[in-house]
Structures are given as C-alpha cells and as structure tokens.
Design a protein around this ligand. Structure first.
Ligand SMILES: C[S@@+](CC[C@H](N)C(=O)[O-])C[C@H]1O[C@@H](n2cnc3c(N)ncnc32)[C@H](O)[C@@H]1O
Length: 296
C-alpha cells in the first residue's frame, strides 16, 4: 500500500495507485466493517455491533465492489473510501509523532492559543484541556505532548473508533505510551458531554469544528477532505461555544480559518476576547476574568 504521512494521518491507495476525490452533493456514506484476516473476525463483529454497522465479507480475489469500509487489522483500524484511499490515524509514526520531538513546542501558535505557558505560571501546574471536537486527534495529541492531561470528545462513532485504535497502538508503544496515557477519549455530542462534565471540569476547552465548505478541496488537508466526505457539511450550533464557556475554568480556544466569522454563541460572555493568528488559521480566545477560583 502506498502511503503518505499527513500529520498523524496515513492515506494510501490499494487499486492501481489512482486517487480520485468524490464531489458534492454530499450523502452520508454507508460504512461496513470488515476483518482483515480470519483472526480479526470476532473483533470486527464486536465493533460492527457496537457501531450498529453491517459486516462486509472479506474480499475474494478480483472482487471490485468497494463500499466505505472500516477495516479491523489486529489493533489497527482503517477507513477505506470507495476509491480505495484509506485513512488511518497514527500517533506512533509520521509527522505528529516527529513533531513531539521538536524543540520549542510551547512557542508554537497552538500552544500559545491554549495558554499553556501563561496558565502554567498562574496555576503552578500544566492546564487540563478538553478537546471537544477530536477529529483526527492531532491537536489533542499536541496538547498531550506538551504534558497537558487531555479529554477528547468526538461525536462521530466511526472517527471515535479510529481515534480509539490509534490511541491503543500508541499506548502499547514505549515511545508514545506516556503521551497516550494523558489522553481520555469520550464519544458523544460535545455540548451534552460538557454539560455533564460540569463547570470548571478543565482549565481550557478547545473547539475546532469542521470548517465551512471551501471551493477548492486542495485548500484543506487530505485528512480533512476525508472527514468532509465522511461527515458532510459543517454543522455547529451556538450551544457548543456556550457549553464550552460554562465548562472552562480559565479559557475557551476556538480554531477558525483566517477570515472566517467567529463561532456563534457567547452572547452573554463577559470576559476578555483576543485572537492569535497563524498562517491560514486564527485562534479566538475567550478568557474568563476570574480564572483561578475553583479551577481543578
Ligand atoms: C475539524 S475536525 C477537528 C480536527 C482536530 N482538531 C484535529 O486536530 O485533528 C472536527 C471534528 O469535530 C467533530 N465535531 C464537530 N462538532 C462536534 C460536536 N458538537 N461534538 C463532538 N464532536 C464534534 C467532528 O465529528 C469532526 O471529527
């Protein structure tokens, strides 16, 4: 399988190396679960039952039927698109793992946007983070690599299943086990999960909902193209930012494309708003005025 590393995302093709990209209008794809080998069949059946998906039979030679397939291969899971392109999240190899070794992580725009150094000075410990829109897990892994305890929420059961296996593999790998141990993964709609976690559950709540549709698909990374194909157009309600503001002990950080409007919500927010810009991206920060009292 040919494979590219795109952050923690490995994309590869099976059939003749051809990559074709699906086009709108978007329809929710039907995904089936498939075992890679006979040994994986029990795990594939259990995953299919958990996700309420059908099982796809293992392909026979010459079988060209290619629906969306969630492949189970030992501890690994991959999502295959009908064009043969596969998505696997990987925190052990690739750029996300390599980035963890880079010097100056704490000076990168995302670290500044999460307020890691500022809050560490104020709290005398590293801030706790909820990444309420887990996605490909890159930003959550980055925060965990900085040393922050991170709770990740993802509402798509399929994306959650991909994150779960990537974290499982990372936890079994000595070089990444420590970072993986800082991450807790939850499945669900973030506003509901945050309501249940309660006020000041974490110091920082991070939101990176799907970007509004872009005219040129190439303008978004290939991992994000894959998510757009799987999840469809962005849908974010004001209740997400409001739930985040009610849950964050110190601040909410929202990632937006440069030039995009702010996320809806926050009408009654009385704290300080500021932004951090990086190429192509803007982070909107909502800083609570009395961030310390009661923060865990
Ligand atoms: C743009 S991606 C996030 C990318 C992520 N920051 C990363 O580093 O890979 C958005 C993800 O958030 C999830 N999502 C969006 N809104 C959500 C919500 N209200 N609750 C839970 N998950 C949500 C989507 O299913 C999608 O997987």
């Amino acid at each position: 399988m040919a494979a590219d590393d795109i952050g923690n995302v490995r994309l590869g093709t099976r059939r003749g190396g051809q990559r074709t990209l699906s086009t709108p209008p978007w329809r929710a794809p039907v995904v089936r679960v498939r075992a890679s080998t006979a040994e994986d069949e029990a795990a594939a059946r259990a995953l299919a039952a958990r996700l309420s998906l059908d099982i796809a039979p293992r392909p026979t030679p010459g079988d060209d039927a290619a629906p969306w397939t969630l492949l189970v291969d030992g501890h690994r899971r991959m999502l295959a698109r009908p064009d043969g392109v596969r998505l696997e999240l990987d925190f052990v190899g690739g750029r996300t793992a390599a980035r963890q070794q880079e010097a100056g992580l704490a000076r990168q725009p995302l670290a500044r946007a999460l307020g890691v150094t500022r809050l560490r000075r104020r709290l005398h410990r590293l801030p706790t983070v909820v990444d309420a829109t887990g996605g490909l897990g890159r930003d959550a892994w980055f925060a965990a690599a900085l040393g922050c305890p991170v709770t990740v929420i993802e509402r798509s059961p399929i994306v959650h299943a991909l994150l779960e296996s990537a974290l499982d593999v990372a936890a079994r790998t000595p070089a990444t086990a420590q970072t993986a141990a800082r991450l807790t993964l939850l499945l669900g709609e973030a506003s509901q999960r945050l309501d249940r976690l309660g006020a000041r559950f974490a110091d920082v709540i991070y939101l990176d909902p799907m970007y509004p549709p872009v005219r040129r698909r190439a303008a978004v990374g290939k991992g994000m193209q894959f998510l757009h194909d799987l999840l469809g157009p962005a849908e974010t309600s004001a209740s997400l930012l409001d739930a985040a503001l009610a849950t964050a002990g110190c601040q909410v950080t929202v990632k937006r494309p440069s030039g995009a409007p702010s996320l809806d919500g926050g009408a009654t927010f009385a704290g300080q708003r500021t932004t951090i810009a990086s190429p192509g991206t803007r982070y909107d920060l909502y800083l609570h005025l009395d961030p310390i009292a009661g923060t865990r």
